[in-house]
Write a protein that binds this ligand. Sequence first.
Ligand code: FES
Length: 511
Amino acid sequence: MKIKVIEGKRIHECLIKKNIRLDMLLKQIGILLDMPCGGNHTCGKCKVRVSGKLSTLTKDERKLLTEDEVKNNIRLACFTKVFGDINIYPNVDATDTLSMITLPKYNLTGKGYGLAVDIGTTTVAMQLYDLSTGKMLSEALGVNAQGSFGADVISRIQNAADNGNKYQQDAIQNQLNLMAKDCITQAGVDYINKSVITGNTTMLHFYEGLEVKNLATAPFTPTSLFGMKSNHTLVKSPIYLPKCIGSYIGADITCTILATEMIHHSDKIELLADLGTNGEVVLNIYGKLYCASTAAGPAFEGANLTFGMKAGKGAIAKVSIKANKVFYKTVGNTPAKGICGSGILDAVSIMLELKIIDETGHIDSEFEGPGKIIYHNEELAWQIPGTKISVTQKDIRQIQLAKSAIFAGIKTLLKKENLSPEDIDTFYIAGGFGHYMNRHSAANIGLFPKELEDRIKLIGNGALSGAATLLLDTDQRVNEKSIISKSKEIELSGNPTFSEHYVDGMLFSHY
Ligand code: FES
């Protein structure tokens, strides 16, 4: 029989035999999977993100997948049979997609189809949902089209001050419309009933076309904190923009808090860190929420690094060491093209372990051991064995800046209530990078206090989860309001506790 395999913008018409296995079908269209056990149902490696007319999950397949993977349409190709049209999610490894999400408890309140969108400073993620079943039908991911106006919010606000914000508004609106059309094609639906777009306060200002200049100068007064209907539409659907907590704690954090269900945990002390370009930290102390924003920069998303790239095919996502031999793994098991956030974290951790760098981050030019010390564009660098990818002195500095911003943000909030890391019940980490980083490498380089390592709960793209929850269940707006009323923004710039920990955090002395 003839079926359609939708792979992003590509549509393959395939002739299949009844009960064809997914890995065989993918082979027909040129997608080769890593299958170490040769399809014998034991390794659990043949993961694919796929939806459509497929056999149901068996107990044995279920055993080899995590709960998160099942919720996010990950299947094992050698277990799965194809019965009709399917969507496969291209260009990202099944386990490295940025939009892995976990939804909190919700009720379905709508009908038709809706779009949940997270406008990140670096990455934009969108998912299309069936509002009557809660099923995610398709998704699109992209690098924020405003990137050419600056990598971070401050440089984009500066650009808007010089050139007006219309260009950036057009860039993001056009991008969302194109992504929405992709989602519609992939899902095979004809219309969208409503959308929820979340993002940090600056991103929502740009989307709405509001004045942004006050966001860059004290007292940082936003033109709007949203929590309202947008003046625009997305593929003709009305848009709800969730409410921001403050100028630098945006609706993305409101949504992430919603996703953690923290507001219902009034008997606990919890911490949340969203590891994006703007690193946000939230402390829940018995239902009271302290929130702070710290400029981590885009290094964790693979940007601003010499060989940096997002977690797409060919990105070194893992580096490990055994018996003085260094190993690496790329997304999609393809030749190494660059390095993404989780890979650089492992690499820096190994550089510390091998004493290639000292506690100040300085690379030892005389180092002898695995890998080579080279000069790349006149920068001292360590080349990862077996690749042409290196970590330069400049990259180490970027990582030091990023990790000390998060570390100092956490320490400052803890100090506010005289808490120590041991007092924290759960440490939620949000963000695509956070989902895949090696928590031991992260603790090793001092991204957060070591004591938090075994309290981590990864929640993936919390902003997108929260947006999807608001889309599927309009009653969640009560919880959204409650988050706003319980939150207090803590200013970090000029805060002496923050400055002190920021300077300390630059060192790798925790190792
Ligand atoms: S190839 Fe090993 S489980 Fe599918």
